[in-house]
Design a protein around this ligand. Structure first.
Ligand SMILES: [Zn+2]
Length: 69
């Protein structure tokens, strides 16, 4: 089988669908591209990205404490 697995080195925005991969060379996320160098999913530049990393690593999600200040 040849499945495209979502690993901790790849993240997808749940809002706009942007896909980024971790680039060890530069130590930051960058837009995922295919074998020809074409962007996979750019998403929206105005999106407040909500990254889904393997469906488990969600650092800022805490609905129970979302009270207005
Ligand atoms: Zn987004």
């Amino acid at each position: 089988m040849s499945l495209t697995l979502v690993t901790p080195t790849e993240r997808t925005c749940e809002r706009c669908g942007r896909t980024e991969i971790w680039d060890d060379d530069v130590g930051s996320w960058r837009l995922a591209v295919d074998d020809d160098g074409n962007p996979q999913a750019i998403g929206s530049p105005y999106c407040i990205h909500e990254w889904d990393i393997n469906g488990r690593f969600v650092p800022f999600e805490d609905e129970s404490s979302a009270a207005e200040a």
